[in-house]
Write a new protein. Structure first.
Length: 222
């Protein structure tokens, strides 16, 4: 037995229980399922165009750039952004079927797939959702969107569907739990608010301190 097992066993003996009592387990399950929701900021209680506008406003305030396109225009927008920012026409993408199904042949981009090894200059991910209250993208880990793409490339481009932008963090987190289910949650959930930056040294803002120095958000919807 581990030290943890010893401690828990000692607690059970002091309570005269074994941890498998049905009434106790039912009481815990009921308490969890009936937990009162927390207070949500009123600023995120929006819908429709106003919700998207709030997300864009907050994202721009964090030094991200934003473009709104139709879904089939995503490849052209990625190519435009790289070209107009004088960036190499290379792109590392995971296995997300929403990105794989796009017509990348219409561009001249040199595309590779998989996780980043630290030598990729540009990475493309698809967000699970976003929270408009702070302009934050929310991405889940896995082969479809490797977490390394969130941190290692110098430029990170992230696609988020219009329908997946919510007002609050809690709304997106609830959808993650519903989508994956108990015991099947992704190993990592990353909250990304703007490009990496730090003001620790003499309070001078430094972009790219711990990750991408630029973040381009593509809001896609038809």
């Amino acid at each position: 037995m581990s030290a943890r097992d010893d401690i828990l066993a000692s607690i059970r003996r002091s309570l005269h229980v074994n941890g498998q009592e049905a009434p106790r387990k039912a009481a815990v399950a009921a308490r969890l399922s009936q937990a009162a929701p927390g207070i949500l900021p009123e600023r995120g209680a929006l819908s429709g165009h106003a919700l998207i506008e709030l997300f864009i406003t907050e994202a721009l305030a964090t030094f991200a750039t934003v473009a709104e396109v139709k879904t089939d225009e995503i490849p052209a927008e990625v190519a435009r952004y790289l070209r107009e920012n004088n960036l190499p026409a290379t792109l590392k993408i995971g296995a997300d079927p929403r990105l794989a199904g796009l017509n990348w042949a219409q561009t001249l981009l040199d595309i590779s797939h998989g996780r980043s090894d630290g030598h990729d200059l540009n990475g493309l991910s698809h967000a699970f959702g976003a929270a408009a209250e702070t302009g934050t993208l929310i991405l889940v880990s896995g082969a479809e969107n490797p977490t390394t793409l969130n941190f290692l490339p110098d430029t990170h481009i992230v696609v988020v569907n219009t329908a997946d932008i919510a007002g609050h963090y809690e709304t997106v987190l609830k959808r993650i739990r519903t989508t994956f289910g108990a015991g099947e949650m992704p190993r990592t959930v990353n909250f990304i608010t703007g490009p990496s930056r730090s003001g620790d040294i003499e309070q001078k803002l430094l972009l790219g301190a711990h990750g991408p120095r630029s973040l381009h958000i593509i809001i896609a919807g038809d």
